[in-house]
Design a protein around this ligand. Sequence first.
Ligand code: MTE
Length: 321
Amino acid sequence: MPSIKPPGLPPSSITPEHVWLARRQWMRQMGVGALALGAGSIMPALAASPTDARTPLVATPNPSYQLMRAPTAEQDVISYNNFYEFGTGKSDPADYAGAMVLRPWTVSVEGEVGKPQVFDIDDLLKLAPLEERVYRMRCVEAWSMVIPWTGYSLSALLKKVDPTSRARYVSFVTAEQPENMRGLSSRILDWPYVEALRIDEAMHPLTMLVFGVYGKALPGQNGAPMRVAIPWKYGFKSGKSIVRIVLSEKMPETSWNKVAPSEYGFYGNVNPTVPHPRWSQATERRIGDGFFAPRVDTLMFNGYADEVSSLYQGMDLKRWY
Ligand code: MTE
C-alpha cells in the first residue's frame, strides 16, 4: 500500500521508484514483460480454470463511468502494484502472485446479515450483469492510474444477504495462502489484510466488486479472483483477493490504520488539502506520463465529489482522514 515505511520495515526493502522505472525500461527494450518473467510460476494456477487465464470477460461498457482521459497502459496496470502479501517492491506482485491458487475459491458473506452465505466465485461472477467502468484510481503514495475494471456494484451482493438494521460497517478480508504468498512471513502487517467501509459507502453505486481488468479476468497481482475498487478513496482501501465480507455494528480494525494510525485513517478519502504526515497529497504523478512529466493537481474525492461528498456532510475531514 502506501509507500509507507512502517515501523520495522528497512528502507532497502522498498524498491526506489527510479530503480523500478529503469528496470521496466530495460525489460521493454529486451521485449520482456514483467509478467513473462514470472510465467513459469503462473502457468499451473492458470490451468485450473478458464477464468483464471486472463480470458475475456464479456461486459457492457457503462456510459456513466467513462473518462475523457485514455486508460493507463495495460502493461503498467498489471506490473506496477502494491500487494504486500507478495512483497513490498512494486514489481513483486507481478513476479510472485502467479503462485496464488485461485480455484476452488469461496467468499463468505457473514455477520450482521439475515442470510449469511458462502458463495462460489464462479457464482459471484454471474450474480449481476458485468459492466466495464473506467475509474480514476489514486494511491496514497501520490501516483495515479486510469483503469477499466470489469464487475458490478457491491450493493448487488450485499442486498442478497439482507443486512440487518445493526449493520454499520463492511469489512473485506484477503486470502492467506502462506505457501504461496511469500510476504506473509514478514511482520509488516498483522495478516490477513483487512479493509473496511461504512455501510453507506459500501452500498454506494460507485463501490465496485471487480473480477476483471482490461476486459480480461484479473491477474493475481491486481487481486484475482475478486477485489473491490473504491475510486474516491486512496488505493489502500481497495482490498484484493477477498475471501470474507463481514458486516458489523462496531467499526472494525483495519490493517493500515492499525500499523500507523496517524498516517492512515479509517476513511482514506482522497483529499488534496490534508497532507500525509510525511508528504503532500496536493498533486500526483500519473503513471505512464513519464518520470519527468509535470505532476497534476489532485482533485477532492479523486474527482468524484459530485457523487460522494453528501456521504460526509457535516464531518470534519481533517479529523476523519
Ligand atoms: N490488498 C491487499 N490484500 N494487500 C495489499 O498490499 N495494497 C493496496 C490495495 N489493496 C494491498 C491491497 C494498495 S496500497 C493499493 S495502492 C492498491 O491495492 C493497488 O491496487 P492495484 O495493484 O490494482 O493498482
